[in-house]
Unconditional design. Structure first.
Length: 428
């Protein structure tokens, strides 16, 4: 019994000394020090600070412990700069990626926590192409604030001049384009459509991507086929085929031609509308869905999403902010802000907001095509120095070879080698 008392007394003395010496720092009753505000760095590409500030202010009002530091970045070398900094751990918490970039970024991204957004939630909220672009191995790796892609811009006065309506299929497109083309002894003065070249047709690679999807039987992993050869002949035929010649290699860029009122049909994404309005405020144009082949409806998508760096110190808070950015409240606020300084804002990525824009003569086509969008690695104007730019170069060589007189099937042999190299490089 004495031994037990001595042991208890000794422990009491030791513990008493420890509490006297260290008690304030180890007390179970001490409250943890309150955390300071969390700062999240957010990199954007296209929106000025004045457009994003209302979103940031609203989010910070709802979340006073969060500070959002927005930085608009140049598109020049953006992909490589963002990737390098993310991998070095000094990059942003949240940053923008193109819908075709996941193969290049998959190892750099933090997936969305299930308590923030589940795959089922994502697929219910956004168009199917968003899931194709940003979900891998049942993980959400980015989320879109917008939807966009190719649509058909048309000059209202020129189309009315031939008594036409926006074409629903490619044969109607050819017929109307040829009617609206004006030529003289020196060449084409007014072009019916910008099609057929890689040098002066803006977004030509997106058009090729669209045609590849619309053509039945195309294998993207092996493009040496009669089906793809037919696409090359169809596309270049707008320059080489006398029966449907509506364009020429000597004409100015298609965007400039359309802005000047010398082009009837022009394929482009939604943001070109703002450039056109600035270039020519008097230009009367509308936008329609792209022509289709009978029996198969496909449109071409090219849009951006917000992703979270795997090296973010606060991935949960970063994903909470991304969820806010993609919410109906945030998208409508951004659209309203943008509409004060340009024709319209970003087309809504949420399917629930489709009806709010569907009837708009300028932006409606971009959301009504939402359910049928597809994409591949031929997206123009991503400036990625990677999967798109490398793929586009091989197809450019193929088109130029056909325009120079090569057989389409032969030209595809070289294209196919390049396609395989790019896919092997990025889709490991």
């Amino acid at each position: 019994m004495k031994k037990i008392l001595i042991i208890v007394l000794s422990l009491s003395i030791v513990l008493g000394f420890a509490y006297w010496k260290f008690g304030p720092s180890i007390s179970l009753f001490n409250k943890p020090k309150p955390q300071g505000p969390i700062t999240l760095t957010y990199w954007g590409l296209w929106e000025d600070d004045n457009l994003i500030k209302p979103l940031v202010a609203e989010y910070q009002r709802q979340n006073p412990n969060i500070i959002i530091s927005y930085e608009r970045k140049s598109s020049v070398n953006y992909r490589t700069r963002a990737q390098t900094q993310v991998r070095e751990g000094v990059g942003p918490d949240i940053f923008r990626i193109h819908n075709s970039w996941l193969p290049m970024f998959v190892s750099d991204l933090a997936p969305a926590p299930k308590e923030i957004m589940t795959v089922a939630d994502f697929k219910n909220m956004f168009y199917p192409v968003a899931a194709d672009a940003f979900i891998k191995d049942n993980q959400i790796l980015a989320a879109p604030m917008e939807i966009d892609g190719l649509a058909l811009y048309y000059n209202e006065e020129m189309l009315n001049g031939v008594g036409g309506k926006p074409p629903k299929n490619w044969q109607e497109f050819i017929d109307l384009a040829t009617k609206m083309t004006v030529k003289d002894a020196t060449g084409i003065k007014t072009a019916g459509a910008a099609m057929g070249t890689a040098g002066n047709v803006d977004h030509w690679s997106d058009i090729i991507g669209l045609l590849l999807y619309q053509q039945p039987g195309v294998d993207f992993n092996n493009v040496v086929s009669t089906q793809v050869a037919e696409i090359l002949k169809f596309y270049t035929g707008f320059v080489t085929d006398p029966r449907k010649k509506v364009w020429d290699t000597t004409l100015p860029k298609s965007t400039d031609m359309f802005a000047s009122g010398r082009l009837a049909f022009y394929f482009a994404p939604s943001w070109r509308a703002h450039e056109l309005r600035v270039a020519n405020p008097d230009l009367k144009f509308k936008v329609a869905s792209v022509p289709q082949l009978s029996g198969k409806s496909v449109a071409w998508a090219s849009f951006w999403g917000e992703a979270v760096s795997k090296n973010s110190q606060n991935p949960l808070e970063a994903w909470k902010f991304v969820k806010f950015l993609t919410s109906a409240q945030a998208q409508k606020l951004l659209f309203q802000q943008a509409s004060q300084i340009r024709l319209f804002g970003e087309p809504y990525s949420l399917t629930s907001l489709n009806n709010e824009l569907a009837q708009d003569p300028a932006v409606g086509a971009f959301v009504t095509q939402g359910p049928i969008y597809k994409f591949w690695y031929l997206s123009s104007n991503t400036y990625d120095g990677g999967i798109n730019d490398e793929m586009i170069k091989y197809w450019e060589d193929g088109i130029n070879a056909v325009l120079a007189g090569s057989d389409a099937q032969s030209a595809l042999g070289t294209v196919n080698q390049g396609v395989k190299q790019v896919l092997d490089k990025y889709l490991k």
